[in-house]
Design a protein around this ligand. Structure first.
Ligand code: PMP
Length: 429
């Protein structure tokens, strides 16, 4: 391959590369990242006076330990020397076995079986398949819909899109084509018994046609960065048990400590029947996600006419990703991660307090390692992003939201800089 200059690379990017949520190539101006280390991204050229940016996004919730971490590098290099990939059908390997056993250990009882896949969206597809197939296998094929609350986000493939917020969300375009699911209103921040009653009633009314309730526990992420009372999780568990509906928690964003508990379900001590994990699973190193289920679900599926879970794309259970995921989990649990997330929470509360006083800010919310400034208008994304870059921080505002979820290893000074950037972005956007 020839050496390219930064200008040539960016020209080629404009010519050919389609970016996530982007218009056709050539219509966006991404920044070229040369390398990353700790919490910093190094740019190939200076932008707004900065060559280095602190990553306020943890690469979309994933890089919790920061970049270029020696422990994760070693796990990857070590596994690379053994085998980077091998098909998972009919074969197994130590990294996957160890990871699965470890995930069962740390997730709520009675989750016991682990399907390793390659992205969060696919893990939600697998969860939906598991639940629909469970009821078919039990001779109740009418139970094929999913029930969720508004304001959610579960990924970009078909079943996950069908449980994303149907209005104003990213997948509004596909309404009418996607499977028709059942929606409750968005969960209020505080516990509200009237809303809980509505949830119970909706589950009762649709139980005959509903395979599962699928929700993001405690934090709705890309659907609006809203937090809600964990008490609703207990309401869902009770109603699902009473009306024979499975309960799926999508912990792809919230898992691995981000909300202050290892899993958001732990805020309520509630166990789902199926749980989706991703993002921080490999510390943001490689693409891997997991769908966990109980023995009840697994045995139900195996009683069916088709007793297998018919899902197995090529890169399921990738050993390289599994080895790094195992190392990332050990790294997290081997330290006082709770104290680190608490420290982030305190720093975000202090640092974002001044944003609340800005003229066009509706609300500032902080939970664990998540900080959100909600504006009273759609943000000028370009202006907000540029303001953050000038402050030396990478942010990715969307709609009316300027938000951060920094790596857990972000030091206090860097965190203060992140907060200044959020305030600057909120003021400029
Ligand atoms: N569920 C939730 C809660 C998410 O935040 C995301 C990613 N934003 C997904 C599912 C989809 O995961 P992925 O992007 O890895 O497909």
């Amino acid at each position: 391959m020839p050496e390219f200059t930064t200008g040539e690379l960016l020209d080629l990017d404009r010519a050919h590369v389609w970016h996530p949520y982007g218009p056709m190539p050539g219509r966006t101006e991404p920044l070229l990242v040369e390398s990353a280390s700790g919490v910093r991204l190094r740019l190939a050229r200076e932008v707004h006076g900065r060559r280095e940016l602190i990553d306020g996004m943890s690469s979309w919730w994933s890089a919790v330990h920061g970049y270029n971490h020696p422990v994760l590098n070693e796990a990857a290099t070590d596994q690379l020397g053994r085998m980077s990939h091998v098909m998972f059908g009919g074969l197994t390997h130590e990294p996957a076995v160890r990871l699965a056993a470890r995930l069962v250990e740390v997730t709520p009882e009675p989750l016991r079986h682990v399907f390793l896949c390659d992205s969060g969206s696919v893990s939600v597809e697998v969860a939906a398949k598991m639940c629909l197939q469970y009821w078919r296998s039990l001779g109740r094929p009418a139970k094929q819909r999913l029930l969720t609350w508004r304001g959610g986000y579960h990924g970009d493939t078909w079943q996950p899109m069908s449980v994303c917020d149907p209005e104003g969300g990213m997948h509004e375009l596909w309404q009418g084509v996607l499977p028709r699911q059942v929606f409750a209103g968005p969960p209020p921040a505080e516990y509200d018994e009237t809303y809980a009653e509505e949830l119970r009633a909706l589950i009762a009314a649709h139980a005959h046609e509903t395979a599962a309730v699928v929700v993001e526990p405690v934090v709705q992420g890309a659907g609006g960065m809203r937090f809600h009372s964990p008490a609703y999780l207990a309401v869902l568990r009770e109603a699902c048990d009473e009306h024979e509906v499975l309960l799926v928690f999508d912990e792809i964003a919230t898992g691995f400590g981000r909300t202050g508990e290892l899993f958001a379900a732990d805020h309520a001590g509630v166990s789902p029947d199926v749980m989706c994990l991703g993002k921080a699973l490999t510390g943001g190193y490689l693409t891997m996600a997991a769908t966990l289920c109980t023995t009840r679900v697994a045995e139900g599926i195996s009683r069916g006419e088709v007793p297998v879970l018919a899902h197995g794309p090529t890169f399921m259970g990738n050993p390289l990703a599994a080895a790094v995921a195992g190392a990332s989990l050990d790294l997290l649990l081997g330290q006082d991660w709770r104290a680190e997330v608490k420290r982030l929470e305190a720093g975000l509360r202090t640092g974002l307090a001044e944003a609340a006083a800005l003229p066009r800010v509706r609300e500032v919310r902080v939970l664990g390692g998540i900080g959100v400034v909600q504006l009273d208008h759609e943000a000028d994304i370009a202006a907000a992003t540029a303001a953050a870059v000038r402050e030396g921080v990478w942010l990715r505002p969307f709609r009316d939201l300027v938000y951060v979820m920094p790596p857990y290893v972000t030091g206090d000074e860097d965190l203060a800089q992140v907060c200044r950037a959020v305030c600057a972005a909120a003021a400029a956007g």
